[in-house]
Design a protein around this ligand. Structure first.
Ligand code: G1P
Ligand code: ZN
Length: 540
């Protein structure tokens, strides 16, 4: 064991989901060590406790994991449970923290950001409830990074992480486990696998693992457990650079899946997950389910699924997510909450039993089974609902809109924008907000315009500056916020939403339906002219 002197780095502030930087930044001497030591210094329970450790297999995962193991040993961690070859999906880590009553978990991932030597790397710390560390903890970690002057590390050779079993590093026990087994057991407890198996008998599905972490999980569930053919899982081998792809399951980056599902001979069901396995998308032949709608469908039909057959106490969504799930909650007579972007804000509501289902427009959904979003869970929820209702994806979503109306929804991202210019858009709109109420643009009149602050109903904490929202009397709205996960310049996100009641036209083209709102947003916020862009870089 040795102590190494170090000096602080600027900017080790965790964003929406952990610390994310270019691989080259993490490779700087002491960069990773400083951040990891700041975690150990800020979470003293880890000394003498249990740590869950694994990552999505991206480039640098193998190097970083050996450093973290040595630092865990030097910082007095009693036991580290690590996935074979250093691999775990994010939802698997959340489950294991809870299962082993661990004191925390470290997940090496930059989620859906690209990997490889020129790509991104990231590190997330989750607390003992299995969820992303609360803001008070990430603030303490950041504070520590600004004053750090030494870190502790054990000397020695790299541990062999390819063999399952128990070994030791100094006084620390290291358990190398199968990353999939406990996750599969948890899924078995929630879903009716026999019903799903019957549903899929003689049908084809296509799951795109995007060369990321869910490949082994999906093969265990779809091929081994449900008996589907091997080609049901595409891009199923995790690669350090995700095969050169961008492991974000959206129409642009999951093109292979979208082409398959929008072809003449499309399978019955299509789905994909992201780099670390916490996101999901669902498709049927020639139809893509908007993630906001997906959350609403899962809430409306939860009692069809064994794990939720007694009903759910409430639901939550992040503020920019469409309000489709609110309409379902009102109908069910259950509580519903609007939280800031990022999974950490759901933790208190889940722990307090106020909600059992939650999600974000960014392809994230999950329940109280863990404290992270869970890609394969959402996909199995859909399959279980299809099995219970004996319906196709298209029939389920059409029935949903007929029952509740439709929230047309889209997100326009402007990526890699000059930071000052992006901030100018935000401050320009902020200054106008108050004067907007009551003003009319085209057919819309503004009923509310504010900078979203969240008052956590469980612990009373307040989070300010969580996005600018402009709402219209018609129920339509737009929201603008800056991304907290990007690593290059700034990413500005514009979220557009238009509500169409159930008696209205439910089969419009999404971008066409939203065009008037997009035009009003541009007129009010002057995004394109301020950042010198003609078009968004990504429309999802
Ligand atoms: C994005 C998504 C957000 C999600 C996060 C982590 O954050 O918008 O919903 O929780 O990734 O997956 P952002 O870049 O917008 O801060
Ligand atoms: Zn992710």
């Amino acid at each position: 064991m040795t102590e190494v002197n170090t000096t602080p780095f600027d900017g080790q502030k965790p964003g929406t989901s952990g610390l994310r930087k270019k691989v080259s930044v993490f490779q700087k001497p002491n960069y990773l060590e400083n951040f990891v030591q700041s975690i150990f210094d800020s979470v003293p329970e880890l000394a003498g406790g249990t740590l869950i450790l694994g990552g999505d297999g991206r480039f640098y995962n193998d190097v970083a994991i050996q450093t973290i193991l040595r630092m865990a040993a030097a910082n007095g961690v009693a036991r580290t449970i690590i996935g074979q070859n250093g691999l775990f999906s994010t939802p698997a880590v959340s489950n294991l923290i809870r299962l082993h009553k661990a004191n925390g978990g470290i997940i090496l991932s930059a989620s859906h950001n690209p990997g490889g030597p020129k790509g991104d790397f990231g590190l997330k710390f989750n607390g003992e409830n299995g969820g992303p560390a609360a803001e008070a903890v990430t603030d303490a970690i950041y504070e520590r990074t600004q004053h750090i002057d030494r870190y502790k590390i054990a000397k020695g050779n790299d541990l062999n992480l390819s063999d399952i079993g128990e070994t030791h590093l100094g006084d620390m026990t290291v358990m190398v486990i199968d990353p999939v087994a406990d996750y599969l057991t948890m899924m078995e407890a929630l879903f009716d696998f026999d019903a799903i198996k019957n549903l899929l008998d003689g049908k084809r599905i296509c799951f795109d693992a995007m060369h990321a972490i869910t490949g082994p999980y999906a093969k265990a569930i779809f091929c081994e457990r449900l008996g589907l053919p091997e080609d049901s899982v595409i891009n199923g081998i995790p690669l350090p650079d995700f095969g050169g792809g961008h492991p974000d399951p959206n129409p642009v980056y999951a093109k292979e899946l979208f082409d398959t599902m929008f072809s003449d001979n499309a399978p019955f069901f299509g789905a994909a997950s992201d780099g670390d396995g916490d996101r999901n998308i669902v498709l049927g032949p020639n139809i893509y389910i908007s993630p906001s709608d997906s959350i609403a469908v899962l809430a409306a039909n939860a009692t069809d699924v064994p794990g939720y057959e007694n009903g759910i106490p409430g639901v939550a969504r992040s503020m920019p997510t469409s309000r489709a799930v609110d309409v379902v909650a009102k109908d069910l007579g259950i509580e519903y909450f609007e939280t800031p972007t990022g999974w950490k804000f759901f933790g208190n509501l889940l722990d307090a039993g106020r909600i059992a289902l939650c999600g974000e427009e960014s392809a994230g959904a999950s329940s109280d089974h863990i404290r992270e979003k869970d890609g394969l869970w959402a996909i199995l929820m859909w399959l279980n609902i299809l099995a219970a209702r004996h319906q196709s994806v298209e029939n389920v979503i059409s029935d949903h809109w007929l029952a509740y109306g439709r929230h047309y929804y889209s997100r326009h991202d402007y990526e890699g924008v000059n930071k000052e210019k992006a901030e100018a858009v935000m401050s320009g709109l902020s200054k106008k907000l108050e004067s907007l109420v009551g003003q009319s643009f085209k057919d819309e009149t503004i009923s509310k315009a504010d900078n979203f602050s969240y008052h956590d109903p469980v612990d009373g904490s307040v989070s300010h500056n969580q996005g600018l929202r402009v709402e219209f009397e018609s129920g339509s709205r737009f929201v603008i916020r800056l991304s907290g996960t990007g690593t290059v310049g700034a990413t500005l996100r514009l979220y557009l939403e238009k509500y169409e009641p159930k008696a209205g036209d439910l089969k419009q083209d999404v971008q066409t339906a939203l065009r008037p709102i997009a035009e009003i947003a541009e007129e009010i916020a002057a995004i394109k002219s301020t950042i010198d862009r003609n078009e968004p870089t990504l429309v999802s």
